[in-house]
Design a protein around this ligand. Sequence first.
Ligand SMILES: *[C@@H]1O[C@H](CO)[C@@H](O)[C@H](O)[C@H]1NC(C)=O
Ligand SMILES: *[C@@H]1O[C@H](CO)[C@@H](O)[C@H](O)[C@H]1NC(C)=O
Ligand SMILES: *[C@@H]1O[C@H](CO)[C@@H](O)[C@H](O)[C@H]1NC(C)=O
Ligand SMILES: *[C@@H]1O[C@H](CO)[C@@H](O)[C@H](O)[C@H]1NC(C)=O
Ligand SMILES: CC(=O)N[C@H]1CO[C@H](CO)[C@@H](O)[C@@H]1O
Length: 484
Amino acid sequence: MEFPTDLLFSILDFLLDDRISLCRCCLVNREFNCAASIFLYSEVVLNIRPSVIAFSPSNTAAPPRSRYERFCDVLLASAILPANAPHVKILRVKGYPDSLSETLLPAVRQFKNLHTVQITPDQSRDGLFVPILDELVKDRPSLVNLNINAACMDEISAPIVKKLVGLRALGLEGPNRTILQILPDWLDRLNHLKELHLTRNCGSITPGVLRSLIPLLANITAFSWGLSYSITDDDLFSFLGQLPSLKQAKLRHYLQYKSPGPSDPMKRLRSLTICHDASDDEEFVDKLCDWTLRAVTESPIEIIHFCCDEYPINSEAPRCFDRLVEHLAQFNVSTLRVLDLNGWLIGDSSISLLAHTCFRLEELVMAVDPDGLAAFKTVLPTMKNLHTAALHVCTDEHVLCIVSAEDTAEIMQLNGTLRRLTVNEWKIEGSWVSQDDQVVFVVRHSSENASEEAPEIQVRSRSQLGLQAPAMNAIIEEEEEEDD
Ligand SMILES: *[C@@H]1O[C@H](CO)[C@@H](O)[C@H](O)[C@H]1NC(C)=O
Ligand SMILES: *[C@@H]1O[C@H](CO)[C@@H](O)[C@H](O)[C@H]1NC(C)=O
Ligand SMILES: *[C@@H]1O[C@H](CO)[C@@H](O)[C@H](O)[C@H]1NC(C)=O
Ligand SMILES: *[C@@H]1O[C@H](CO)[C@@H](O)[C@H](O)[C@H]1NC(C)=O
Ligand SMILES: CC(=O)N[C@H]1CO[C@H](CO)[C@@H](O)[C@@H]1O
């Protein structure tokens, strides 16, 4: 029997990150092979190892390549084949290239339909990518996303990349003066550009350079900003306030003591990601909260993410984030959908406040103390849109709070919309499945590997809890923002 093609594409779309399963699909039959190849070859990643191991002189032989790296090698080799090359949409080059191994240049020649190119090696010599860039600027209307680092910012490479004028998104990791000099001219010709990401070390960008970009960025909807100690908060916020189309910002915070001057609010900002240093110092956290509030003031903010690698992990952690929550609950209840405080601690009253006011909340990530955990359990049934939650339960030596997988599963049972829940090390997923002529709610450990089924966690059945199966539309999925 023939499998409906539309359905096949929808199913394969789920497997996009599961390359091994896609490979298996290619072996089913001709029809599957054609369809699965489109997904399998859509992204090619080249992570090049150094050919001479500079780090360990005693070791002359290169270390064996991992299973995944060997898989990538094989994938690249077959991606070049004429039947597969047109499927390659995304090319990423990383690692330590010292030559463009025989494979890369011929491969790029074949990949005519690339829409995304990332060239961000950890190290390379000047001019190494010139042949690749020369190839990319030739007749490639499909190429719309470019992300580069120092490897393409030397005197020869920069004028070549500048010829790419059809870009929708441009990422410059650690932009230096060579690329910054050509940037205004380039931006002037990038008429379709919607996203500009200036990330990592932005130390070469002075307040004057930043101001000079403003008139060129009127159509920018997403902007990222790395670290530059020569740009003050006032410089940054006054720049951002003058970008009339800005909806999404990812900003690096660093601690400053000067009291804020006037700046325009970001009137259309929907999504804010704040990257910051680790600290458990009250003053730092207090200022970080002020900074965040300054960024979201008067904006219809929907999504807030904090990112940092480390957080204070005892329940004595600074409590300043309660103030942020109070503000959000007071002013922006109707818009907030995602609040990811990452490891920042908020108290039980903030949790109740969020539940009672921010009725649109779909995702919540935070640290709580044992009282906060109790508060979360109490208010969860009232949070009608919450489908994802992650809690880090902070304890101190006096109050030990151990949460088991079963406890976590019980929390998920408290309401019908929660589908993904993480409590400390437990990461679980719930779903309604049909079992023995009945529709039952099943909770499993969530697994990164789609192909492996994780063991089920035993909990009291929902019928014992008096719950009904929800309507199919109970889960509100995040939708792509329409440009308006
Ligand atoms: C920018 O980086 C490239 C690559 O490292 C280098 O060749 C170039 O000299 C740098 N430009 C400046 C002005 O430092
Ligand atoms: C913004 O987009 C409009 C319409 O596409 C275009 O006419 C205008 O030149 C663009 N402005 C800038 C600064 O790129
Ligand atoms: C909250 O969001 C609304 C848009 O829904 C916006 O008009 C308002 O200024 C925001 N308020 C604050 C204080 O952030
Ligand atoms: C996923 O599969 C790989 C290899 O098949 C294994 O090494 C890894 O531990 C698995 N991860 C999880 C979360 O099960
Ligand atoms: C689908 C589901 O179980 N929803 C419940 C969530 O919690 C509220 C309040 O207890 C119940 O009324 C819903 O039935």
